[in-house]
Design a protein around this ligand. Structure first.
Ligand SMILES: Nc1nc2c(ncn2[C@@H]2O[C@H](COP(=O)(O)OP(=O)(O)OP(=O)(O)O)[C@@H](O)[C@H]2O)c(=O)[nH]1
Ligand SMILES: [Mg+2]
Length: 216
């Protein structure tokens, strides 16, 4: 019984990876770069997307694909910031998968876009298991979540290309030990580029924008 369950999970994941590879081809054929932003609920995914869209909207053509269990709230925010926005409601699933992204891509006009930003469902476990076919994965940690999160959710920290530490404006009010946090990150993802910033005050956003423009 146990063995059967494991095989089913493996099958689902490899089917997902096949569609993820198809998504990558769709992006590449359209000449558009894509990033997948993951984080716990409320870490600031949509806030960082709003700041990023506002910063680049004069120089780039951007689209945002927002994954949520319910509502269009985040897509509305991305659109108000200046992006073309598409909402995917997962109907209860705690992550986006490659099939969901594939159906969103088929409804979009990708030609002419420079960057697609995917906001994954707020979760520190499931999104790490599902490749989407994007070119880069970004994790946002926010300081109110606590400094132990890399140790408790290692899978999420291991595979990402960049780590944003959001809400640094709150550091004076919280007992967040930055050295302890960063030691945990370094064990899991040595040398990963890290951007401490505040979407509220704007502090630290510039290095994130510079990295993004260089990396896409
Ligand atoms: N103090 C402070 N608050 C922030 C910062 N960034 C975001 N917030 C607030 O944190 C809350 C959640 O931000 P969102 O951007 O909606 O977070 P999210 O990760 O998109 O949330 P979900 O999509 O629901 O998972 C909002 O009330 C934001 O105003 C920050 O840098 N500092
Ligand atoms: Mg959001």
């Amino acid at each position: 019984m146990m063995t059967k369950n494991i095989l089913v999970v493996e099958k689902i994941l490899s089917a997902n990876d096949r569609i993820a590879a198809e998504n990558r081809v769709i992006f590449d054929d359209a000449g558009v770069q894509a990033i997948n932003i993951m984080a716990s609920p409320g870490a600031g995914k949509t806030s960082l997307i709003e700041q990023t869209v506002r910063h680049f909207r004069q120089t780039m053509s951007l689209a945002v694909i927002d994954g949520d269990i319910a509502t269009n709230l985040d897509a509305d925010r991305a659109e108000a910031a200046g992006a073309v926005a598409v909402q995917i409601n997962t109907g209860g699933e705690c992550h986006l998968d490659a099939v969901m992204l594939n159906s969103a891509l088929k409804q979009m006009k990708l030609a002419g876009l420079d960057l697609v930003i995917v906001e994954n469902v707020g979760n520190l476990v499931c999104p790490a298991s599902f490749q989407l076919g994007t070119h880069k994965s970004i994790l946002i940690a926010s300081v109110p979540e606590g400094d132990d999160k890399p140790y408790k959710y290692p899978g999420m920290y291991r595979g990402v290309d960049a780590l944003v530490i959001n809400k640094i404006d709150l550091l004076p009010y919280l007992d967040f030990d930055m050295d302890y946090f960063r030691r945990g990150v370094e064990i899991l993802n040595p040398g990963v580029v890290v951007f401490p910033l505040s979407c509220r005050t704007g502090e630290g956003l510039e290095p994130w924008f510079e990295w993004l423009i260089r990396s896409i």
